[in-house]
Design a protein around this ligand. Sequence first.
Ligand code: NAD
Ligand code: UGA
Length: 437
Amino acid sequence: MTISIIGAGYVGLITAACLARVGHRILCVEKNPSRLAILEKGQSPIYEKGLDEVLSEVFSQGTLRFTSSIEEASEHSDVIFLCVGTPSLPNGDVDLSQVEDAAISIARCSQTTKIIVSKSTVPVGTAHHLSQLMRRHSPHDLEFTLASNPEFLKEGVALEDFMHPDRIVVGCDQNQWRTLFEEIYQSWIKEGFPLLFTDTISAELIKYASNSFLATKISFINMISDIAENAGGRISDIALGMGLDPRIGRLFLQAGLGYGGSCFPKDIKGLMQTARNFGVKTELLEAVEHINADRIKHILHRVQKALGSFLGKKICLWGLSFKEGTNDIRDAASLTLVSHLLEEGAILKVYDPQAMPDFMEIFPPSERLSYAQSAQDALLDADALLIVTAWQEFKDFSPHRIKESLRNPLVIDGRNCLHENQVHQAGLSYIKIGEKS
Ligand code: NAD
Ligand code: UGA
């Protein structure tokens, strides 16, 4: 099939690369000129494992092209995926301007009707709203079909998630379009991945409900972790003991610095907006947010207790991205941590294998903030190591080398990712989440 995709960010680019890989002919529109320039060379502007290889494969096959023109995309195909951003507005409501602008541009330039598929995460009722908006802006008074096909990939393992999804959800209010989606996802259906058809409202709500449920699980285990930290007990054993019950499940019970990233924080707010619109109370979601916001204060309090004061202390920070496997720093714990620690007079040396260039744009190097060439270099002469992101290279780092490099042998592990026995054997003083220190 020929398919157009609007937006070449995390979702648009992975969708484009994977649909091209299974043989569809994809034209992907990106309006950011610097991003487009990189894409047109067949390279990826984001760090995602395996993406460079897939891009070069589909480029040489000629199944994926990039453009800045929505008009060209509309001519290329009758099926257009929207993969643009839906960030939060300052009041927490969803900013639909990117989705609306893209929909209006398609409506204005389309000579024939199109099926518009939203992969962007949007509030309940957006499909209906966009179909009316597009009709109003169509010079030919065309009616457009809107479908919702939410995306569930996780950054860091995005290709794997897209190619091996737990489910593909398609919300469409007209049943006659089902065969079109069966054709788009033919390769997945053949391999037995479930394709669930619903109405558009259910599909829109499945996405918000899924992300909010996962965020709730994380805040729940973090609350239990605070209890264990005071009462005694080990959060890893508690999470395992809970998770072995299949009704609970073991995943997303990792206590730590809380959830960050471009989606959980904004999607919890998006679901609250939807709940309010329909007169439903939001206390549960508010509690999830509060617990998450307190995680940073909580870790800072523990570090301060261990160090006495932050003033003039040299702290090494390992990890800046919101999770391992990505260079994405949107809503990352590191942003709040670095800003608090600098305010309190600490001297920081930070290291991340992928996220330093983006982080530097927000926090340029200064007298009290330097960027290390390596994890080893960041440790030298520090009063403490604070682990913020669980990159594999940190997990593999020898605790003996940590001990030799630090001035003061103190490790605060915000992701509980080091091997505890080895850390103790090396003679390090070790503060973990969810355990008394
Ligand atoms: P992003 O900000 O990384 O990418 C969006 C891209 O769209 C940008 O490159 C932007 O320049 C481009 N764009 C915006 N308007 C455009 C237009 N009119 N024409 C051409 N290009 C345009 O966003 P993202 O992280 O890929 O997220 C996109 C959507 O998918 C959001 O709704 C998000 O909630 C949802 N989502 C994201 C993830 C994720 O892991 N990041 C996972 C599932 C769902
Ligand atoms: C999340 C969802 O997992 C995806 O299904 C969804 O498609 C995506 O949001 C989205 O809508 O954008 P992502 O944000 O990429 O994916 O990454 P996650 O692995 O979910 O991690 C989110 C945050 O939660 C990270 O900061 C991570 O460190 C934290 N986390 C995760 C925990 O603190 N504990 C856990 O047990 C799991």
